[in-house]
Design a protein around this ligand. Structure first.
Ligand SMILES: *[C@@H]1O[C@H](CO)[C@@H](O)[C@H](O)[C@H]1NC(C)=O
Ligand SMILES: *[C@@H]1O[C@H](CO)[C@@H](O)[C@H](O)[C@H]1NC(C)=O
Ligand SMILES: *[C@@H]1O[C@H](CO)[C@@H](O)[C@H](O)[C@H]1NC(C)=O
Length: 351
């Protein structure tokens, strides 16, 4: 009997900033064969839900769940370089998923990037023939654990660790509450978030200003802990330029995360087709190549650790499409840090 384990999870709330908690429930091919078994599995999946729904809604959800499960099962029978799993988005239609999790509507680069950042592309001076074959900032201690929240701060956490050697988890909520009109990357640009952090004189820690999954009543401006001095854009649609940047620091990118394959991505190098309507902010924290020669970007997502590869996705690198997989090369940018953080005297000495 072919047996597999799928990750089954529960959306905590269908609010616009909802995030998920996961459980692993094993299921067999037989479960897919009968309505009763499917229903039992759905009940098991649902038992972790905190959202109660009426019977009509429950039936509707069951049908979505069933369709998703069959979609995943069919997909995984194919010989694709990546696999899908039944995760926390299992009873959401792709449209609902898009609205909730890929709804940033960061529109095309040329329309919205607009203002030219202060700096040029400084990493562009690096000899492309001397770039390392692989880079993984996680192994350098420059990446915080995967969060269960929208975030734009990963690249700032990265450059701060690279410059000060201190890994500090930063507050996305401060951006959500205080960078109004940008909602902490939701509906805006990473560039705008960097500009906000620079102009606000820094950003505080996650501990000081924790995530609340909704826009707070007001901005509770807190003591800035980590500062940046500006940001730069990586030239668009050039994966070599992106590689130069990522070799030096984690880089913010906007991707199209709306596809059904993306919704249920489990593992492997994602080669799926998706559009280029940037709608989700993530961070490229490295790159590499598989044994069989498939090149990929290591991308940190913010949908919890049970989505994808412990919260990460490897996305194909060097495709013939100049905008890259899911538009990953369309609008990368990264923060610049040359000044020490405000309150730490010992760090000042080191810089
Ligand atoms: C604002 O932040 C401070 C800590 O920086 C905290 O003590 C206070 O309770 C917060 N106020 C509100 C209204 O959240
Ligand atoms: C892409 O970026 C590389 C490295 O910065 C540069 O040498 C090359 O000219 C760029 N290609 C295009 C088409 O702009
Ligand atoms: C200050 O910086 C030093 C060196 O970068 C670090 O070891 C130390 O933990 C920091 N202290 C605080 C209070 O952040």
């Amino acid at each position: 009997m072919w047996r597999k384990v799928l990750w089954v999870a529960m959306p905590l709330a269908l609010a616009s900033l909802a995030f998920t908690v996961y459980r692993c429930i094993p299921f067999t091919e037989e479960d897919l064969s009968s309505e009763e078994r499917l229903w039992a599995l759905y009940e098991q999946w649902r038992s972790h839900h905190t959202v109660s729904r009426d019977l009509d809604e429950k039936l509707r959800r069951f049908n979505v769940f069933k369709q998703n499960m069959k979609f995943i099962d069919e997909f995984n029978k194919k010989d694709e370089p990546y696999k899908l799993k039944l995760n926390g988005f299992a009873d959401l239609t792709n449209q609902e998923f898009l609205d909730l999790y890929a709804g940033s509507k960061i529109e095309h680069h040329r329309i919205h990037r607009g203002e030219k950042p202060e700096g040029e592309f400084k990493h562009g001076h690096i000899d492309i023939y001397k770039l390392p074959a692989s880079v993984d900032w996680r192994t350098q201690g420059a990446v915080t654990p995967v969060k269960d929240q929208r975030q734009c701060v990963a690249a700032v956490e990265g450059i701060n660790q690279i410059v000060t050697r201190e890994l500090i988890s930063l507050s996305e909520q401060e951006l959500v509450d205080c960078d109004t009109g940008n909602m902490g990357c939701n509906g805006g640009w990473m560039d705008k978030a960097f500009r906000f952090i620079k102009n606000a004189g820094g950003i505080t820690t996650e501990d000081t200003y924790p995530y609340t999954a909704q826009q707070g009543p007001s901005c509770n401006a807190s003591q800035p802990v980590v500062t940046i001095d500006g940001y730069e854009d990586v030239p668009s649609n050039n994966e070599t330029a992106l590689q130069q940047a990522v070799a030096n620091q984690p880089v913010s990118v906007a991707i199209d995360a709306s596809g059904r394959d993306f919704q249920f991505y489990s593992e492997g190098v994602f080669t799926g087709s998706c559009g280029t309507s940037s709608n989700h902010a993530v961070a490229v924290v490295g790159y590499g190549e598989t044994k069989d020669g498939t090149k990929y970007w290591i991308v940190k997502n913010s949908w919890g650790t049970n989505w994808g590869e412990q919260g990460y996705i490897r996305m194909e690198r060097g495709t013939p499409k100049k905008e890259g997989t899911c538009g990953i090369a369309m609008s990368p940018s990264y923060p610049i840090k040359t000044s020490p953080n405000p309150s730490n005297e010992s760090a000042k000495d080191e810089l």
